[in-house]
Write a protein that binds this ligand. Structure first.
Ligand code: NAP
Ligand code: MG
Length: 507
């Protein structure tokens, strides 16, 4: 297969005298310890603060994508289980949670945040084992940000009237939340923290490949003494997600995942009166102007597309480089790719871990093959991959035209498509030439150009001289086929409230 083919001519050495593939830094293995981790052999559904088997009792196996070894078996929920979970949430909302003053709800959220911090190492290790992401990312990004979301929304729980003055904010009821596998714990936090702060109860369905940190979170819910039924977690295939979001006792639907499933959900709940937010795919443009500090931009490009193996909805997967700096930038970028360490997600020096599943790896491979067939030129560093597990080399394509599938479709893997432009107008036109509109990046020294570009980008988030930065106070969400609604910040709180002033639910 051509995927491992070396480039025919090696790029010129960079300023350190290194060519792509030369890695002067030899690192000894530095694996994170796992002996403090306890994963149960089997997890039931978490309903009413208890783990219970599904009815009928049925399970499926969850594996470690870096080793392909089984980690645990988890319950396969049935339609009856969805009813039980929604019933528990509905009852908890009616009798307890909607009646609590905001300051009391806040105390629970602070408690959850503190416990997550205390157990952060455990969360980080389980997250990396189950998802394949490098431990340095789960430890330094996913887990701290998840705790930060609970802290942030805890602060709003008793200030809803100040967040939405004269709107008589009221909770909606039961929130059905379906989340993907790329940021399992962080997406859980994005969903559960604002829902609870606003006075709703939840039923969450994690992705089938990555339920383990959600079940670890269930343990935190019990530790925090949250009233039974406020948080319920059920596992099962996509159809169970559909049963959940269409359940008549669900008032709010929050989904993050593929555009295809997002559209199915939007169709299924249309006209039902449920409040809906959809956070779907992306194909972000990362635009580098010739006045940008190139070394800084290189780090931003790498963070933009190789962070979390590129399995990021807002990944900077289309790089637009101004023609006059194309060659020096590409030389530097190729050299930098050669220094990325791909392998064991639990090794503290790993930059790129395992792809989440065999199915996702096959999707990445198929799209990369299409790039080669359509005539783009592939570059991959000459790194060794582990023999087991779902790994893929950091990849970039040059000679990409806008019609290529690799420039149009979301790859959701460590694959960058490089294109060029001459003028800001051309950059804007090309960057917006996509059905998606989740995020974008701009690299330039010029402040006025940043403002011009930010206003012209049809994207929910635009980063300037940085990429993939997240903060609980900052709203996140898309335009066009990237979905609608915002998560994070006050906007994310509003999505969980009835602001019509005529809601009948308790506060
Ligand atoms: P997906 O099918 O959209 O899965 C996301 C979540 O929706 C999972 O919990 C999934 O459950 C559930 N689901 C699947 N079918 C459903 C249905 N018919 N009704 C309700 N819920 C349903 O995404 P995927 O198959 O894992 O990934 C496919 C592609 O989607 C990726 O290659 C990537 O391009 C994109 N994606 C985007 C994001 C993002 O953050 N925007 C995240 C993940 C994937 P199961 O896990 O049980 O199927
Ligand atoms: Mg799917």
């Amino acid at each position: 297969m051509t995927l491992t083919k070396k480039p025919e001519s090696r790029p010129a050495p960079n300023s350190w005298g290194l060519a792509a593939g030369d890695n002067p830094w030899e690192y000894a293995p530095a694996p994170e310890a796992t002996d403090h981790i306890h994963i149960e052999p089997e997890y039931g559904l978490f309903i009413g603060n208890e783990f219970r088997p599904s009815k009928p009792r049925k399970t499926f196996t969850v594996i470690n994508p870096a080793t392909e070894e089984p980690l645990a078996r988890v319950a396969h929920a049935s339609k009856a289980d969805v009813n039980r979970a929604v019933g528990a949430a509905h009852e908890a909302h009616r009798t307890v949670w909607s009646k609590l003053p905001g300051r009391e709800r806040a105390k629970y959220l602070y408690r959850i945040a503190r416990i997550m911090q205390e157990r952060s190492r455990e969360f980080a290790v389980v997250e990396s084992m189950n998802s394949g992401k490098p431990i340095k990312e789960s430890r330094d990004v996913d887990v701290p940000l998840a705790a930060a979301h609970f802290f942030y929304y805890a602060g709003w729980a008793d200030k809803l009237e100040y967040a939405f003055p004269n709107r008589d904010p009221r909770s909606l009821g039961v929130a059905a939340q379906v989340i993907p596998w790329n940021f399992p714990l962080l997406m859980l936090a994005w969903k559960i923290a604002p829902a609870l702060a606003a006075g709703n109860t939840v039923v969450l369905k994690p992705a089938s490949t990555t339920p383990l940190t959600a079940y670890l979170f269930a343990d935190v819910v019990r530790q925090a003494d949250l009233p039974p039924g406020v948080v319920n977690i059920i596992t099962g295939p996509g159809e169970i997600g559909m049963e959940l979001v269409t359940h008549p006792d669900v008032s709010k639907v929050a989904f993050t995942g593929s555009t295809a499933v997002g559209k199915m959900i939007a169709r299924a709940v249309a006209g039902s009166g449920k409040k809906v937010t959809l956070e779907l795919g992306g194909k972000a443009a990362n635009i580098v102007f010739d006045d940008a500090p190139l070394d800084q931009a290189i780090e931003g490009i790498v963070n933009g597309i190789y962070f979390n193996q590129g399995e990021v909805c807002c990944a900077g997967s289309r790089l637009f480089v101004q023609e006059s700096v194309y060659e020096p930038l590409l030389d530097k970028l190729k050299a930098r790719l050669g220094t990325l360490r791909v392998g064991d997600p639990l090794d503290k020096n790993t930059d790129v871990g395992a792809i989440n599943s065999a199915g996702q790896l096959a999707k990445v491979q198929e799209l990369v093959e299409s790039g080669i067939e359509e005539g783009a030129e592939i570059f991959q560093p000459d790194c060794e991959l582990p023999t087991r597990g779902f790994f893929f080399r950091p990849t970039l394509f040059t000679g990409v035209s806008q019609s290529h599938r690799i420039a149009q479709e979301e790859i959701f893997g460590p694959v960058l498509s490089v294109l060029t432009f001459r003028t800001p107008e051309e950059a804007i036109e090309k960057a917006n030439n996509t059905p998606y509109g989740l995020s974008a990046g701009v690299w330039t020294e010029k402040g006025s150009r940043i403002f011009k570009m930010v206003n012209a980008m049809r994207a929910g988030v635009v980063w300037a001289n940085t990429f993939n930065r997240f903060d609980p106070t900052s709203p996140f969400g898309g335009y066009k086929e990237s979905g609608y609604g915002r998560e994070g910040g006050v906007h994310g709180l509003g999505a969980y409230l009835d602001l019509s002033g005529s809601g009948s639910n308790g506060r």
